[in-house]
Structures are given as C-alpha cells and as structure tokens.
Write a protein that binds this ligand. Structure first.
Ligand code: NAI
Length: 249
C-alpha cells in the first residue's frame, strides 16, 4: 500500500498512543515520517521500533515542546528546507483535569499552551512551507468533549474547542493555495491518557457508546489517513468525529 508514497508526514507527540499509531499507519502507506517527542529516551525508542517495523521508510524523531515557539522554529530548521512537510498532524496534547472551582490557573495555562497554542505554532510554521509548495494537509486532533463538554475538563475541552475554531479559520485562509485543514474529534480511545480510568468508569462509558467498545489508536489513524490522502481533496474545515457513536453532532 503506497497511498502516501514519498510524502513527508510530521506528527507531534508521535512516540506513543494515537500519534504513534498514526506514524505507524502512514509509514506503512509509504510516507517519510518525522515524529516529535518530549522524552528523549522514549522518543528514540519509538523511532527505532518504527524503523524496525518499516525498514524501507525514512523515520526521524526530534525533541520539541510544541508550546515553545523557538523550539518549533528549530524543529522546522532541523527537518530542512529541502524536505517540505506535506502532512502535519497536530496530535500532542495533555490533560490536567479538575472541577473549575478547584482548577489552578497554571493547570489552565499548561493545557491551553500545549493543546491550543502548540497547534497554532505548528500550523504557522508548516503553513509557511506549504504555501510555497501550494499543497499540504493539516490534521488537528481535537476531542469529542469539545462538542459535548465534560465536567472536570473545562481547560481541556476549551483547548479542543479552540482547535476546532482554529481549524475552520485556517481552512478558509489557505484553501485557495491548495492546503486543506481538518480536525478529528476522537471519542474515548485506549491509550496512556485513558489508562487511569477505573473499570467502573470504562463500563459506564461503554454503556453510552453505540458501537460497544472504546476506540483504538488505529481507528483514529485510519481517519487521519483519509484526511491526509487524495481521497479527501474536497474536504476542508471539517471535524471528523470518530467516537463509536458516543456523540452524534
Ligand atoms: P498520550 O498522552 O498517550 O500522548 C500524547 C503525546 O503528546 C505524548 O507523546 C506526549 O509526549 C506528547 N506531548 C504532550 N505535551 C507535549 C508538548 N508540550 N510538546 C510536544 N509533545 C507533547 O495521549 P493520546 O491518548 O495518544 O492522545 C493524543 C491526542 O489525542 C491528544 O491531543 C489528545 O488530547 C487527543 N485525544 C485523546 C483521546 C483519548 O481518549 N485517548 C480522546 C480525544 C482526544
């Protein structure tokens, strides 16, 4: 399968979870992969594991805090001008949950900085390259909670709602230059981020999911593959919900 042959895909937070599964599927489809990570050891291990699984692919990894403008500039410098980024997946994200009365200002700032400002900084840097190439696909990972809310996640859901609005505005700014910008709103996906849910909470969640299971990283990767490929050439400014039917909005 070679639907992304020779495309360069940059995936933030690609060392584990959903980002890792997107990198894995895109590499299987022939893309050259760049992942970013925060933890050097885990990042390097992830690059080696992906390389071993896809010996013919080019897999590179860079440490980069997406909330740091200088680090994002350095990342694009390191990737190099000769290899324009064809696909950007803004996947890096964090949670710092708490009811709003108890939510610390620094927890609000940290989540907004990584999730929303990080997406803005990465989009801004990638757009510069994509405008020159007059093509590109940006895929921003939002969340079902941006659409329906969630108690205890005011900061997180606001950041993801912001990502959806950013996606729509940017899509309008760059559509005439051949660049598409879309978001994916995952439901509950089995990753480290959701590993702390108790079996009771998981059972409760599943009772509300018509397809009767939590999602997998692969479920999100398949949606990202659609938005990264030529089959979605006429799709921009959209939010693709991948949530097992949990929310139908
Ligand atoms: P995860 O916690 O397993 O992975 C998140 C990745 O982002 C990690 O590799 C982490 O190092 C990276 N990261 C965090 N802050 C960063 C920063 N400042 N700079 C660079 N990288 C940073 O999470 P998971 O579950 O794989 O989530 C991936 C994305 O999907 C996130 O944006 C998350 O909000 C979103 N999502 C996840 C859902 C789930 O149920 N797991 C549901 C809906 C959305």
């Amino acid at each position: 399968m070679n639907s992304l042959k020779d495309k360069l895909a940059l995936i933030t937070g690609g060392s584990r979870g959903i980002g890792h599964d997107i990198a894995d599927l895109f590499a299987a489809e022939g893309a050259q992969i760049v992942i970013t990570y925060r933890n050097e050891d885990a990042g390097k291990k992830a690059v080696s594991a992906l390389q071993a699984k896809h010996p013919g692919a080019s897999i590179r990894g860079f440490a980069c805090d997406v909330a740091d403008g200088a680090a994002v500039e350095a990342l694009f410098h390191a990737i190099g001008k000769e290899t324009p980024v064809d696909i950007l997946v803004n996947n890096a994200g964090i949670t710092k949950d708490g009811l709003i009365l108890r939510m610390k200002e620094e927890d609000w700032d940290a989540v907004l900085d990584t999730n929303l400002k990080g997406t803005f900084l990465m989009c801004k840097a990638a757009i510069r390259v994509m405008l020159k190439a007059r093509k590109g696909h940006i895929i921003n990972i939002a969340s079902v909670v941006a659409l329906i809310g969630n108690p205890g996640q005011a900061n997180y859901s606001a950041s993801k709602g912001g990502i959806i609005s950013l996606t729509k505005s940017l899509a309008r700014e760059v559509a005439s230059r051949g660049i598409t910008v879309n978001a994916i709103a995952p439901g509950y996906i089995e990753t480290d981020m959701t590993s702390e849910l108790t079996p009771e909470v998981k059972a409760q969640l599943m009772a509300n999911i018509p397809l009767g299971r939590l999602g997998s990283g692969r479920d999100i990767a398949e949606a990202a593959l659609f938005l990264a490929g030529e089959g979605s050439a006429y799709v921009t400014g959209q939010v693709l919900s991948v949530n097992g039917g949990l929310a139908m909005v």
